[in-house]
Ligand binder design. Structure first.
Ligand SMILES: [Zn+2]
Length: 397
């Protein structure tokens, strides 16, 4: 079994159960977590006896799915340590509010103010450990960006800010701290999940990241927060395979390009297409050794929850199961919400909860905020997303 020092949850699926996964219609509600007594169910599908740290989740159609709880020592070693069972982490810092693009810009501090207000007023707030992220080190930026890129952004901020690309990506002096703390939030979230066994972590960050290329700020993004998180997990926690699932309404061109030749990081994106930034056609599947490890699911404007869930069941979930990641990073944008002023999709906050529930029983999750420009829709969708994630504390119970 896995190393005791790295309490990564590993998802698995019974071979027999997998065959009908594609056809499985989505139903409201979640499966149930069955305790160890359902070992006979496990034995029915495999020749192996159920191991101590395995638990069975039975989905809504009664198909058993197996996942691994942390090593027992991690769960309840000594009674005096039982209070130290890790809790989910929520990462936010006030400096994110000081990154202030020009008046009228959709990617504005009010986004996070509204989100934090919603979370603070909710029962979720006390269910999580709150971590104030520190700015990341420059070497962490260099995991995914060139020196040129880092110094260009630092110098532009230091000189009072300005336009960073030919479009609409701005910075002010305080943006450098905000952007490096946003990266620090994601590396901190990886520390919490991959290092300390937190069941998941949510990073309420801005500026967003998924459009940032190795050598180019773009689409409101300065540094690629999620991409750096993936590399950081590999370099600093020995995590082998990382899947990045991006359901922001825009394609994450930066993330795709950073990992397109790398078979150890799978990038999966559902996005409106054709749309900004123009990349993300289905035929873009990776390059060289990374061929087959990029999955683009372009969807037409006006796509409904049904289209998303169908794509999840037919493509996203099977791809995640085949890849069998040790860590799942969500590029969680909420701009595919029907009320979003930029996106033209038809999702609701419940749609984000449903998509979350479909991926949360596999690898541990670091969720990173990307877009979402209607304040109410953003706040309520993020809350529904985190509320769903919180339902997964059961394996360690
Ligand atoms: Zn977006």
């Amino acid at each position: 079994m896995g190393s005791r020092r790295r309490p990564i949850l590993k998802a698995d699926i019974c071979k027999d159960a997998a065959i009908s996964f594609d056809e499985r219609p989505f139903e409201k509600g979640r499966g149930e977590i069955h305790p160890v007594w359902s070992g006979d169910l496990f034995a029915k599908y495999t020749d192996r006896p159920l191991e101590m740290q395995q638990r069975i989740w039975v989905d809504t159609k009664g198909l058993p799915r197996i996942f691994y709880a942390p090593e027992r020592e991690e769960i309840t070693t000594e009674t005096e340590q039982s209070e130290a069972v890790p809790r989910p982490a929520f990462l936010f810092h006030d400096s994110f509010l000081l990154h202030t693009p020009p008046q009228g810009h959709p990617e504005r501090p009010d986004r996070l103010k509204a989100l934090i207000r919603t979370f603070r007023a909710s029962d979720l707030w006390t269910e999580m450990d709150h971590i104030g992220p520190v700015p990341c080190e420059e070497k962490h930026l260099l995991l995914c960006h060139t020196e040129n890129h880092c110094s260009f952004i630092r110098r532009t901020c230091e000189s009072g800010g300005g336009l960073l690309d030919g479009g609409d990506t701005h910075c002010v002096e305080a943006s450098y701290e905000a952007a490096t703390r946003a990266v620090g939030a994601v590396t901190g979230a990886v520390d919490a999940v991959a290092g300390n066994g937190a069941p998941f972590a949510f990073c309420a960050v801005r500026p967003p990241g998924h459009h940032a290329e190795r050598d180019q700020p773009m689409g409101f993004c300065l540094f690629n927060n999620a991409a750096i998180g993936a590399r950081y997990a590999q370099k600093h926690h020995g995590v082998g395979k990382v899947a990045i699932l991006d359901w922001d309404v825009h394609h994450g061109n930066g993330t795709q390009h950073i990992f397109e030749e790398d078979p150890t990081v799978m990038y999966i994106s559902l996005h409106q297409f054709p749309f900004y930034p123009g990349t993300g056609a289905a035929k873009e599947t990776g390059k060289g050794d990374g061929r087959g490890f990029t999955l683009n699911i372009p969807l037409p404007a006006g796509s409904s929850e049904e289209a998303y869930l169908k794509a999840f069941n037919r493509m996203v979930i099977p791809a995640l199961e085949r890849f069998h990641a040790d860590l799942l990073i969500l590029s969680a944008g909420f701009d595919a919400h029907v009320r979003d002023p930029l996106g033209e999709m038809m999702l609701t906050e419940q749609s984000f909860a449903r998509m979350t529930s479909l991926v949360m029983h596999g690898a541990p999750i670091v969720s990173v905020l990307e877009g979402g420009y209607d304040l109410d829709a953003l706040s309520r969708s993020a809350e529904a997303h985190v509320r769903t994630l919180l339902q997964r504390s059961d394996p360690v119970a």
